[in-house]
Design a protein around this ligand. Structure first.
Ligand code: ZN
Length: 455
């Protein structure tokens, strides 16, 4: 049994002051508000619920900043993908674990407590299957166990090089399964997360370009109640290819041909019409937005303000992990709307005028739904997954309530997050993950071994 006392806390039913919280078995046992601290309570500033990072490719943390040099031809998502494939095809199991551990450390330090790993590097570097189909996914599970982040492992089915079902290219040799092999991968992945606190397995058809309709149907069959994640409509090239092959746009095709519902997370969904937006909102699916990566890759701007107005749900993901920062994901999302529409405070509403609060709440609920977590928010009986802000941080001076979240999201929040707990266990202290030093050492050694040309 542990106990904490907070100057203020954002609880499931709103802000409260002078909050005392107790924990038992990783869950919140009691919550009392407007009370004094008791002897033995750990005292902290402001407590917030932890947020789920709904879309990550952890290994890409190792190539952060490597694809920012101009090439001989016009650079695009597709030239970035060539660099990413070179990196992906050099990463072995040891490197996967070492790189993922650093990514997870940084996620926890920025306020993410659970991650959805959209995991597609399955086979050995030469493309041969490992004896354990979930060898690489197991390395992600090991990194999650070491760092304390909750893991929703989303093994990816990858079958084709593009619309029309062309054979995968040599750069894709480590990703590929047929539906039977994929079913075995899912079984092995379930074993790999057994024993992980917060461990779950969902399914992930990579995209409509990499998975033909019969493959998609097979994946949905395997899913049951588990989360179903898919990349969709990230790039205009993909929209044009889909129109060419099916006569429909990607989201339009998906909504018409798959049982899209609240289990689904449509990652990116950048290029959508008003009718497609309304269709996603009606389905109950979560839009998985990755604002930093989408800006970095030049994907485009998701019409998030229209989507919220239509009743849509979204969460955020760090995707390429070029920069891992929860506050900046939320800030980038609102700023993209401001730049596109030449207005301000476009994602808040009359009911919740605070943009920081709106973004935090929407991303918290959407992220939890997308990763198959049954609950979100601090309430008796819920998991003790939370973070604390340092009230002595200058940006927070004179702030209370929703203004704290506006400060966290829009102002200088470096060093603001003080502690992070999952299931009542503290993993971040004074802004630093407890295993940071060891994890950084192993990461540096792994990158030195990889010797990727990054001049
Ligand atoms: Zn992705």
């Amino acid at each position: 049994m542990q106990s904490w006392w907070f100057e203020a806390a954002l609880l499931a039913d709103g802000w409260a002051e002078r909050v005392r919280m107790t924990e038992e078995g990783g869950r919140i046992a009691t919550l009392a508000t407007d009370v004094a601290a008791e002897p033995g309570d750990a005292r902290h500033g402001v407590a917030l619920p932890g947020i789920a990072n709904l879309h990550s490719h952890a290994f890409q943390r190792g190539m952060a900043g490597m694809a920012e040099r101009r090439g001989p031809d016009a650079d695009s998502f597709w030239t970035w993908r060539d660099v990413m494939y070179r990196f992906a095809n050099a990463v072995g199991p040891e490197e996967m674990e070492a790189i993922a551990a650093l990514a997870f450390v940084e996620m926890l330090e920025s306020g993410f407590v659970q991650v959805g790993e959209f995991h597609y590097v399955h086979h050995d570097v030469d493309g041969a299957a490992f004896a354990d189909p979930a060898e690489m996914g197991g390395r992600l599970a090991a990194a999650a166990a070491e760092t304390g982040i909750g893991l929703t492992l989303l093994p990816v089915l990858y079958m084709a090089s593009g619309f029309g079902g062309g054979a995968p290219g040599p750069g894709q040799r480590r990703f590929v399964h047929d539906p039977e092999g994929y079913a075995r991968l899912i079984e092995a992945s379930r074993r790999a997360v057994t024993g992980l606190d917060g461990g779950r397995v969902g399914v992930a058809p990579h995209s409509l370009r990499a998975v033909p309709p019969e493959g998609l149907a097979a994946v949905v069959e395997i899913a049951g109640d588990a989360p179903i994640h898919i990349h969709v409509a990230e790039q205009m090239g993909e929209v044009e290819d889909c129109l060419h092959h099916t006569g429909q746009r990607p989201v339009e095709w998906l909504l018409g041909n798959a049982p899209v519902d609240a289990r689904w997370c449509l990652v990116h969904a950048t290029h959508v019409t008003a009718a497609e937006l309304a269709g996603i909102a009606r389905s109950g699916a979560v839009a998985g937005l990755c604002p930093i990566t989408e800006a970095n890759l030049g994907d485009g701007i998701f019409p998030a303000a229209d989507f919220l107005a239509a009743g849509g749900r979204f969460g955020v993901g760090s995707d390429s992990n070029v920069l891992i920062d929860l506050a900046q994901e939320l800030r980038s999302l609102e700023y993209s709307q401001r730049l596109a529409r030449q207005g301000r405070n476009l994602l808040s509403s009359a009911e919740t005028p605070s943009t920081g609060r709106t973004l935090f709440d929407v991303a918290g609920r959407g992220g939890a739904q997308a990763l198959g977590m049954v609950e979100y928010g601090l309430a008796p009986g819920a998991r003790a997954d939370f973070l604390t802000l340092d009230c002595a941080h200058p940006t927070l001076a004179g702030r209370s309530g929703d203004a704290l979240l506006d400060a966290l999201v829009f102002a200088d929040s470096r060093g603001m997050i003080d502690g992070v707990w999952r299931g009542g266990r503290q993993w971040v202290r004074g802004g630093r993950h407890v295993a940071r030093e060891a994890v950084v050492r192993r990461y540096s050694a792994a990158l030195a071994r990889l010797r990727i040309d990054a001049r």
